[in-house]
Design a protein around this ligand. Sequence first.
Ligand SMILES: Nc1nc2c(c(=O)[nH]1)N[C@H]1C(S)=C(S)[C@@H](COP(=O)(O)O)O[C@H]1N2
Ligand SMILES: [Mo]
Length: 390
Amino acid sequence: MPLEYPNEPERNTDGLIIRKDKPFNAEPQVNLLVQNYVTPDPLFFHRNHGPIPDIDVETHCIEIKGQLAKPLELTLKDLRTSFNKHSVMATLQVRCWCAGNRRDGLNKVKKTNGVVWGPGAIGNAVYTGCWLRDVLNAAGVTSCPNEIVKLHAAFESVEQCEESRNYGSSIPLEKAILVSHALTFDRDEFGDVLLAYEMNGKPLTRDHGYPVRVVVPGYIGARSVKYLKRIIIQDHESDAYFQQRDYKILPFNVDCEEKACKVWDNFPAIGEYNVQSYVCEPADGLACKSGLCQVRGYALSGGGRSIQRVDVSADDGKTWITADLYQPCSGGARTWAWCLWTAQLHATNKRIMSRAVDSAGNIQQEYPVWNYRGVMNNSWRTVEESPSHL
Ligand SMILES: Nc1nc2c(c(=O)[nH]1)N[C@H]1C(S)=C(S)[C@@H](COP(=O)(O)O)O[C@H]1N2
Ligand SMILES: [Mo]
């Protein structure tokens, strides 16, 4: 039975490229995206797998259960009043904020399976709510390190999706509670997983997860479950389609659903995203015609790794210049927000390209590596330039 979409929110779609109407999936034009460090709401990409639910906040509650001493049920009011309020600035990507950002590049090699995203499926926002670790501590989560490493925090949403019953996903419990067992930071931007009820200082919109969503900084967007209904502490990853079937990097020879079905279980679900950058201005990395040309783009890496350097080339990668980086929220081992960069180049008729290096020395790969689910494309050359054996 196809799903119905009777109650979608009103949307201003100016500046957005609509990738799919039902469910609603859209990304901004990249030259608009890099004009702001904090992405304004109208330019924030939309990533949905089903109709947007209409949740009654008076009756909605979030269950916290599973391997815990004191299972809880909390309303939005409880989250607001019983737990300290914190904010984190984090960049979400579809690959990142999720894994399918730049899936279009891979499609040029061979068709992938999924919504065709360009490089704009990314946005940086300030999310506000309470730390997931505070809520889990209130629910009596274990503090024994030997147990923590064996457990997962699984998140379930209320909404029906095209692919399966509910949206769901999970993260290792260690990621969920990390900071409380390591250090206490007094600066919010170094915090970790949030149960967020605000985005950029306003209550979450229905599109972005109202009333409460998870925000998992440094991980692909797919783990940041919206319309949160349930958190289950369990000894295995989420059974949901989005953990077990989607968002996995399958080997090159897996090129159809039949082959994918045989190997899904052999490969891990993606958590942290990889190092990435993109030339957003001039749009599409196109040549600039005369004089000095201002080039702008974004760069980011997963797992809290900051951007160490962005190289920019206007001669097919023969020579590179170093871009100026703007990365105000980086520090320690936890950089959750993206880096915007600029560089000045003399006019060229070649395409301009960028490649980022993160704090672990990871560098973007030269050529795209095709995979069936079309995830984690971080190449700096286009497919047209790839040698034929790739
Ligand atoms: N309930 C629910 N949560 C979800 C999704 C969804 O479809 N339903 N999409 C996920 C994916 S793949 C991404 S990239 C992010 C997108 O968040 P956004 O809509 O705020 O941009 O939400 C994640 N959480
Ligand atoms: Mo995503």
